[in-house]
Write a protein that binds this ligand. Sequence first.
Ligand code: AMP
Ligand code: MG
Length: 422
Amino acid sequence: MMVRPPQLRNDCFALPSGVDWLPMAEALDRLRQRLGPVVGQEARAVTEAVGAILAAPAVARRGNPPAANSAVDGYGFAGPVPEGPVEFPLVEGRAAAGVPFDGAVQAGRAIRILTGAILPGGVDTVVLQEDVAREGNRIAFTGPLKRGANTREAGEDFRAGDALLPAGHRLLPQDIGLLVAAGLAELPVFRRLRVGVLSNGDEVVPAGARAPEALGPGAIFDANRPMLLALLARWGFDPVDLGCASDDRNDLRARLDAAAEGADAILTSGGVSTGDEDHVSALLREEGELQSWRIAIKPGRPLALGLWRGVPVFGLPGNPVAAFVCALLFARPALELLAGGAWREPQGLDLPAGFEKRKKPGRAEFLRARIGTDGRVERFESEGSGRISGLSWASGLVALDEAERHVRPGDPVRFLPYSAFD
Ligand code: AMP
Ligand code: MG
């Protein structure tokens, strides 16, 4: 089974004319509406499928539990039992998990039964062994006990034929347990999305390529590429290292061409503004498809969205903080759709601000933040988007929406823990 999905349309990132600034929510909506799976499907053993994205709903082949059984170790009989003391003579034999009692239990009699054992004919109720006095082959206990007490009904969790998980769901460890219980052995999943990461800039030096002492003051280490590669791996994509291009059209073209062969999507960082050395946007505009989305957020703009030889390119800003934040906010949900997954909004929580901030309305802002010992949200001392240390200081982001003008200490703010983007 290998179904090739359609390619993205050339105009998938196009904006209507006259659109200048895009509010964040609208930018996300556009991505959500226009992107879909670009990878084929394959069959995968359930036991190998953690982290994979379902290409079709997972439908139970077997109910859970498959048959009515006992939830405890005790004695089974036909219920209910009225209030007051009762006595039951025991039948010969017992019912255990995997070793059912073959026969029926007559009304007025009880049988020894263990957890997980199928209820024998005539048994619909179980009394806990701790509540019973036993002498020889008689038991006594005190009612009342409802019919069905301490038993599990066949299919009470789910039945054969029930849809358990939808297409687009990314499988977690607990899902593997569920699907195995439901009798599934193989699943249709999407092939893992390969995402290339490319840096660019004459000043940018690959990690470890030179000793720090040997670098001129104008050079900087390529922080973005290993950071983005690590994010992609964490999100369940297949990261592809495309290296670092110089500020040279031919170098960049060659790397993008090579990337388009092996990757399903490309993330670049830097070179997407309109400066003389912003070759990523220039090249995409001239020889590919490019749309510069001016999204009303800080940090972030600009975000370049384009296609190179049919492969979608997300041009992230060069500043590491902006590259990281835009990767979380835009690249992650977009890539999840390309990978066949569902659209996912990060789950935030409202917490009191431990700071004061005045803000220009009209654009959303994302502050590096963490939860203090007093349960309030602290923000990093600086909003400078070159301050990479703030990303590690923080444990998440505070999202201030467009309309916000003034946050006072104690005001509720939306905190998005980094884990909300996993
Ligand atoms: P640019 O958009 O290319 O002008 O880059 C904006 C800022 O981000 C500049 O200060 C760059 O030096 C910096 N920058 C670009 N790429 C990287 C990278 N891969 N790692 C760290 N900083 C970068
Ligand atoms: Mg540059």
